[in-house]
Design a protein around this ligand. Sequence first.
Ligand code: GUN
Ligand code: FE
Length: 437
Amino acid sequence: METTSGHPAFRVFRFSLLNPTSFTSFTWIPDGALVVNSEGSIAYSGCWADLPREYHAVPVEEYENCVALPGFIDLHVHLPQFHARGKFGKDLLSWLHHVIFPIEATFADPGVARRVARSFFASLAAHGTTTAMVLASVHEEATEIAFEEARRSRLRVILGKINMDMDCPENLRESTTESLAATERLIKNWHGATDKLRYAVTPRYALSCSEDLLRGCADLAGRYGTYIQTHINENLEEIKKVRERFHTSYAELYHRTGLLGKSTVLAHNVHPEEAEIDLLKRTDTAVAHCPDANLFLGSGKFNIEKHLDRGIRFGLGTDVGAGTSLSMLRTMRAMAYVQGRSLHPAGPLYTATRGGAVALGLEKTIGSLNPGACADFVVLDFATMEGDLRGLSADDAAAAIVYKADPHAVLKVYAGGEHVYSRDDQRRAGDQRIIDE
Ligand code: GUN
Ligand code: FE
C-alpha cells in the first residue's frame, strides 16, 4: 500500500502499549499494535489480536520485550542551562546570580547559541521527549537560532526568549521597550511558523521584571494568541522579596498584570497560599511541576493533592539546569521521591505525558496513544530494567518504568510518526555523548 508520494500509507508496530488515561489509571496491552498513517497520526492502537484486516498485509515492525508510551512532554526546561546542570548553588537566588546568569550571558555569541541548541534538541529526543516548553536566554539572535534548531529537530517546541529589565547583570538587562520589541519580532517570525512551533512570551520571574514589562508581556501574548511561561512561588526568600516589592502575592501580581489564563504555564508553585490556588483555578492557569529542580535547590515539596483536588492542570518539567537531567524517566522518579513516600506509577506516567498535554490545551493532539493523536511515541527496552516483560502485571510494568528505567532504556523515539532517535544507531556510530553530553 503506497500513497502517490511514495510514502507507505500505513506503518504497523508491535509491542506492549502503556497509555496513561488519568492520574490514577492507564491502559496496558501486553501484546499491542499501533498503526501510523501517512500524515503521522495514529490510525489504530489496541490489541494485536484485534488488528483490523485492512492492515494485515503491511510489514510489521516488531519490538520484542519493549513498551511504547506517548512521547514525553517536558513542560518547563531552560535551553541555555543545558551545560549548567548539577553546578552547585546555595539556593535559588544565589544560584541564579552566581551560576546561571554568567552562563546565560555566553549566549550573546551565536556560535555558542547554535552549538548548545543543536545538542539540546538532540538530547531531548534521545530521552524520549517529543514536546517541550522551552525558555531561551534573553538574546534575540540566540532565540532565532533556538527556533531554527527546534525546527530542524522535528520535535514540537513552544519557545520564548526571556524578558528581564531589572535585578540582573548589566550584560543581560534590557530596556523595557527593547525587550518587548524583540519579543514581538520573534513572535512574528516564529509563532505558528510550522505546525510544531509556537511562541511563549517569557517574563523570567517577578524579580527580574518591572510591572510595566509584565503588563507589556501579557499584552503581546493577548494580541498574538501566544502561550505565556514564567516561574511562581519557587523559594521562600524569593516570595518574600516579591511581596516587599509589589505588596501583594505572587499570583495576584501576575493576575493584575494580565498574565494568568488558560494559555499560561507557571513553573513550580511550591509555596502557594490558598487564595493563590483559588486564583489559578478561576483563571484556569496551568502549572509545571519540577521535582528534580525542587530537590536540587532545596526549594520545597510540591503539593500534588492541592492541585489535583482543585482541578488545576499540571504537567511535569525537568527544569534543566536546576533539574540535573533532561530525562523525564528520572524526573518521574524524582516526582515520587520529593513527596517522601512512594507514588503509584500511574501518577508520574500521566503527569509526564497526558497531564502536560492537558496543561498545554493539546490533549487531542499529543500525550496519548489514542487513535487520531499525533504519532509521538517512545519505545522502552525492558531488558534494561526488568529483564523479561512476559507475565508482568500492568502495575509491575508501570512501576518498573517509573522506579527502575534509566536513560538507556530509551530504544527508539518517533515524532509525528517520524523516527527521531535510535539508541542502536547512535551506538553503532560510536556516539554515546548525545544523551548527556
Ligand atoms: N526563577 C527565575 N529564573 C529561574 C531559573 O532559571 N531557574 C529556576 N529554577 N528558577 C528560576
Ligand atoms: Fe525554570
